[in-house]
Design a protein around this ligand. Structure first.
Ligand code: AMP
Ligand code: MN
Ligand code: MN
Length: 323
């Protein structure tokens, strides 16, 4: 912490980045940390490799997050948020690797410890909890923009205070954020309030895709590119759907297979997939994801893989034997 603080006090041009296909933590921690550094006169550049999901586009300064980095800027510091490994930020890795000081702020159990300074706390409910502690130590006043970002992260990363990462700090920080002007109802309306008809139709297809292993302990939900096209939805609309597969009685592990672009929809066609894993808390899915080159938390993890849909399903189904 002390080393990180010293660097943040001394730095001038800071590149801040978080993981692609961002969730609330990736967007909100990026903004909160960026605005806090800006308020102590640092030049900040906010980077994320993906479009920001519609539900987070209400966040203050969200339009300042860019997908392209100006090569002429000489960054002295890079702050990487909510990433278990540096590659999670996407193509900017080559630029970040040339930045003299990389600061790694994260709460994933599989964090590789990359960077010059690490602020990793696997007990933190979200990366934003660590950002909050840093902001306090930097003595930056928390204005309503920073407060809205931090509150939104904690609300979403804890699944509205339902997931196993929900800790005492989650409530304490959120209470403080409401004192700083956050209106919980307004944030909830933005984040959970409205769904497009397409998203509901996609949910219908996703629910219909659920398969259960012979012993009832593992469920698989599959979302193909064809389903997205059919319902006019985007991959960001998939967010949260895995919980339906996870909440089924007796299920210990749920897998959501998401087909990436270029998929022919043919179960025998070689393709790229993202697999999300969730457990009921009795199975360490971070270890399973790590064995496929991914990572995450013990009850929520993910990995990318190139294979056929049929082989992937067979591989995941085999995991049921050990549950
Ligand atoms: P998701 O699979 O996107 O629902 O993510 C679940 C958790 O696993 C999140 O905390 C992600 O940051 C993490 N995660 C997902 N995919 C990867 C990956 N390829 N490498 C490391 N962590 C991942
Ligand atoms: Mn995240
Ligand atoms: Mn997170």
């Amino acid at each position: 912490m002390e080393q990180t603080l010293k660097h943040l006090v001394d730095c001038k041009h800071v590149l801040l980045a978080s993981h692609g296909n961002p969730d609330g933590d990736a967007v909100g921690s990026l903004i909160a940390m960026g605005l806090a550094l800006e308020s102590i006169n640092k030049k900040i550049y906010l980077y994320n490799n993906s479009p920001i999901p519609a539900v987070y586009r209400f966040l203050p300064s969200v339009d300042r997050i860019t997908r392209h980095i100006n090569h002429s800027i000489r960054f002295d510091t890079a702050v990487i948020l909510d990433c278990g490994n540096l590659e999670r930020i996407g193509p900017a890795v080559s630029i970040v690797n040339k930045v003299p000081v990389i600061i790694n702020i994260d709460h994933h159990i599989t964090n590789t410890g990359f960077g010059f300074c690490q602020l990793i706390d696997t007990f933190a409910c979200s990366t934003a909890e660590i950002v909050y502690r840093l902001i306090k130590r930097l003595k930056v006043p928390i204005n309503s923009d920073i407060a809205t970002s931090i509150y939104t992260v904690i609300l979403t990363d804890t699944g509205s205070f339902r997931f196993s990462n929900t800790n005492q700090a989650a409530f304490a920080i959120c209470e403080e954020m409401t004192e700083r002007g956050v209106k919980p109802y307004e944030v909830a309306q933005r984040v959970f309030g409205t769904y497009s008809l397409g998203r509901i139709k996609l949910l219908n297809l996703a629910l219909d895709s659920i398969e259960i292993s012979y012993n009832g302990k593992l469920s698989i939900m599959t979302i193909t590119q064809d389903m997205l096209a059919q319902t006019g939805t985007k991959s960001e609309d998939i967010d949260g759907m895995i919980h339906y597969a996870r909440n089924i009685e007796d299920v210990k592990v749920a897998a959501l297979i998401q087909e990436h672009k270029n998929g022919a929809g043919n179960p025998k066609c070689f393709n790229r997939f993202h697999v999300s894993l969730r457990s009921d808390g009795t199975v360490d899915v971070a270890a399973i994801a790590a064995s496929y080159g991914g990572g995450g938390h013990s009850s929520a993890a993910g990995f990318g893989i190139e294979t056929t849909l049929a082989d992937l399903k067979a591989e995941i189904t085999n995991l049921a034997d050990k549950l």
